[in-house]
Design a protein around this ligand. Structure first.
Ligand code: HEM
Length: 406
């Protein structure tokens, strides 16, 4: 197999064109097989993008998330950064029995049984935001769907599930956005890291206060359940609260924004959904396959191993392009076609293996309810202007999506 400099692939992926539209690059990667080897001095040992290979790496116990042991090999300076520490104390960078235990606690709260009981609340919240869209855009004025709806619904829903009082929620979107900078691939500026640290500290101290309040006086919410849960150390609990709020926020917002944009640019699909809103689940799955909110994951090998014939030495990382796997022509017929009637739509938008998204059921239900109600509420909904994409590669979506709510 030939060796390509990852700096070339990554430069292209993270450059202006790649951020705007990485899919042509993914198509070229598929021409090279399921994985490409990178040079020994490169940041990653390989890029993995084939559907089967991505599934294998994500489930393979030889590959770990970038845990404290991995980070310490580079330098222990990360420990001075509250934002990085928060991520490291959370399920995202945990493994083994401890991960399984923490996930069990959160899994109960976000499993499909519990989520189905949340549907009336999600519907109520959705309809309230649709009322606001109707009022603001009623006279024909363009309304920004991202700030007025897509970012608010997940924040309302996760806030309600966790038990964050409504009056406290206003400060969350900005802090979450600032914290998210540490998830991005590539260099962060020192200023961004400092801002993320401050956001992590503020969110942590907010949740510490809420946890103490619920310990004194429990309510019917997740914070009260967590406050009473045995065996989870306080820093771990707090880190997971911060991270769960973040993880459920921009991802779901981007599912809604990417989904609405796809519908408005595929009029046949939009008409079909309007005619049969009960098909919304299949639309959500196709949005998640076709233009997922999260594009990649990174893992490192704890032993010398290989992926699809590419050697990965112990201690080296692989860049796993889950969004590219979703467009693998070996797995999906006509992968670049948006087709909500697709059968057997097994995508990796929620990852796989021990770190499979804790909030997948919740994200799916929010997407289904919001998209179905949106298109039926506004029979002539249309784009008011070309959308403004975010510059993030990790969490892809739109910063602005102006629509006419009519
Ligand atoms: C459409 C919406 C969503 C998408 C596309 C999404 C995507 C993902 C992905 C790809 C991962 C795995 C990352 C990896 O393998 O390294 C993940 C993990 C996670 N997600 Fe989601 N997510 C969504 C909604 C949510 C919601 C609503 C919540 C909150 C309840 C949530 C909580 C989490 C948590 C806690 C993890 C970490 C799990 C672990 O590492 O064990 N997500 N999500």
């Amino acid at each position: 197999m030939s060796t390509t400099s990852s700096t070339a692939w990554l430069r292209e992926l993270l450059g202006e064109d790649g951020r705007r539209d990485p899919y042509p690059l993914y198509a070229r990667l598929h021409e090279r097989g399921p994985a490409v080897a990178l040079a020994p001095g490169d940041r990653h040992a390989a890029i993995v993008h084939g559907h089967d290979a991505v599934g294998r790496v994500l489930r393979d116990p030889t590959f770990h998330v970038l845990d404290a042991e991995y980070l310490d090999r580079g330098s222990t300076r990360w420990r001075a950064h509250p934002a990085v520490r928060t991520m490291q104390d959370s399920v995202f960078n945990d493994s083994g029995d401890h991960l399984a235990r923490t996930r069990r606690v959160f899994g109960q709260a976000f499993g499909s049984t519990r989520v189905s009981t949340l549907e009336p609340m999600i519907t109520r919240r959705t309809d309230h935001l649709l009322d606001l869209l109707a009022a603001e855009g009623g006279g024909g004025a363009p309304v920004d769907f991202m700030t007025r709806f897509a970012l608010r619904l997940p924040s309302d829903v996760i806030g309600e599930v966790l038990g964050v009082p409504e009056a406290d929620r206003a400060g969350f979107p900005e802090r979450v956005r600032t914290f998210d900078a540490i998830l991005e691939l590539g260099q962060r500026t020192f200023r961004e890291l400092r801002a993320a640290d401050t956001a992590a500290e503020e969110l942590t101290s907010y949740f510490a206060g809420l946890l103490a309040a619920r310990r004194a006086e429990p309510e019917d919410d997740l914070i009260s359940v967590l406050a009473a849960a045995d065996g989870l150390a306080e820093p771990v609990l707090l880190a997971n609260l911060v991270v769960v709020f973040n993880a459920g926020f921009r991802t779901t917002a981007n599912l809604l924004g990417n989904g609405l944009h796809l519908l408005l640019t595929h009029p046949d699909a939009l008409d079909a959904l309007r005619a049969d809103p009960s098909a919304a689940s299949a639309y959500v799955e196709e949005v998640l396959r076709f233009d997922p909110p999260v594009h990649f994951a990174v893992r490192y090998a704890v032993e010398d191993t290989e992926v699809a014939g590419v050697e990965v030495p112990r201690g080296r990382t692989v860049l796993i392009l889950t969004a590219a796997a979703n467009r693998d022509p070996g797995r999906f017929a006509d992968p670049d076609r948006f087709d909500p009637t697709r059968a057997d739509n097994h995508h990796y938008a929620f990852s796989a293996g021990p770190h499979f998204c804790v909030g997948a059921a919740l994200g799916r239900v929010e997407g289904r309810i919001a998209l179905a109600r949106l298109v039926t509420r506004f029979p002539s909904l249309a784009l008011a202007a070309p959308p403004r994409p975010r510059r993030h590669f990790m969490l892809r979506g739109y910063d602005r999506l102006e629509v006419l709510c009519r």
